[in-house]
Design a protein around this ligand. Structure first.
Ligand code: KG4
Ligand code: ZN
Length: 341
């Protein structure tokens, strides 16, 4: 079965073709980052308009690059949520219309399920069951995964998502959007011990998290410095390093708890923040002690992409699932509502 995947939930237009027998045949991404950077964050209306401009040419490009004729596409998978409503509607309406025109089924895919399954596109994928840490710009969740669609929420951020905290802290340091990768880069030349940031909620039992306090702590540190003297480049790097270390340590502690709670020996990390090298390194160190194995996707499949949507859709289609003719776009969509395979 050959499936065309379409992702438009936020500021990235992603298209891919996944073949159930041959694997991922090809994918393409158009990132709107440069356009939104001018405004310091995603402007939803601009995102929708840009998806309209980019999506069809990107689909044509991927079909051509993978030598796929229209009549070789067996189904279309599209991100139906969660995400920005206008952006989702562009992908959903396009996908649903193409499926109708080509007389093939379409399936509405959950964006976070796409992220969660993205490591399956790599060699040596994890086997069920495992613990998943979903860390993106909109979500920070620890999930017990028994199989596709069998998700039990173990804990989540009670306020900001980890990626959102990275982006906001970056803004305070005068960095561009999206700030996560830029904080990570700056932190490499920073002293991780000069500032001591709190590790929120680690002294409380359970696997819930909170990142808004770290954001305030960053702001106070920046302001205090600005009052006393100019915020020099080294201080900026030291603050970035302290911030990154605090987020990473908090995530590592909560992941360790999730592994001990479930007694699982596999942890999958997914979503934009799972591209963070410091997080991967510190998780790896913890996992070695726990005799557990860490899985993640290649960096371009950690952030938004069409491949993960094509893959997730294919798994559900192979199990006989598909969506009706409605154009489905849901800004909010709890993963627990997804049916099991
Ligand atoms: O999964 P994603 O592409 O989009 C959402 O579904 O939200 O995640 C984007 C988020 C942004 O907040 C971005 O700053 C963060 O992932 N991010 C990172 C890194 N790369 C992306 N955060 C920390 N370190 C990184 N290397
Ligand atoms: Zn995402």
């Amino acid at each position: 079965m050959r499936v065309l995947g379409i992702e438009t939930s936020c500021d990235e237009t992603g298209v891919a073709i996944y073949d159930s027998a041959q694997g991922l045949l090809g994918d393409a991404l158009y990132s709107q980052v440069a356009m939104h950077a001018e405004y310091g964050g995603v402007v939803p209306e601009l995102a929708s308009r840009d998806h309209i401009k980019r999506l069809i040419p990107l689909i044509e490009q991927v079909l051509k690059e993978t030598n796929t004729a229209k009549n070789q596409v067996d189904a279309i998978a599209y991100t139906a949520g969660p995400g920005l409503i206008g952006a989702l509607m562009v992908g959903a309406a396009t996908a649903r219309s193409i499926a109708f025109a080509w007389d093939v089924p379409a399936i509405a895919v959950h964006h976070m399920e796409g992220h969660l399954l993205a490591p399956m596109l790599e060699d040596n994928p994890p086997a069920f069951p495992f613990v998943a840490l979903l860390v993106s710009g909109g979500h920070t969740q620890l999930v017990e995964v028994q199989g596709i669609g069998e998700y039990q929420l173990l804990g989540e951020s009670l306020d900001d998502a980890a990626g959102e905290a990275f982006d906001k802290a970056a803004k305070m340091l005068g960095l561009d959007y999206p700030g996560g990768p830029l904080i990570a880069k700056l932190a490499m030349s920073g002293d991780r011990t000069r500032f001591k940031f709190p590790r929120p909620m680690v002294d409380r039992p359970g696997m819930d998290m909170s990142f808004s306090g770290l954001k305030t702590f960053t702001l106070n540190t920046v302001n205090k410095f600005k009052k006393e003297q100019a915020l020099d480049d080294q201080t900026k790097a030291d603050i970035a390093a302290a911030f990154e270390e605090a987020v990473v340590d908090t995530l590592v502690i909560k992941c360790k708890r999730a592994l001990q709670h479930t007694k699982f020996k596999q942890l999958v990390i997914a979503g934009g923040v799972s591209a963070n090298q410091r997080l991967r390194l510190k998780l790896q160190l913890m996992m070695e002690k726990e005799r557990a194995v860490l899985f993640y996707a290649r960096p371009e499949f950690c952030t938004d992409n069409g491949a993960m949507i094509a893959y997730a859709g294919t798994q559900r289609l192979l199990a006989g699932q598909s969506s009706d003719l409605t154009i489905q776009a849901r800004p909010r969509w709890p993963m627990a509502e997804l049916p099991a395979l």
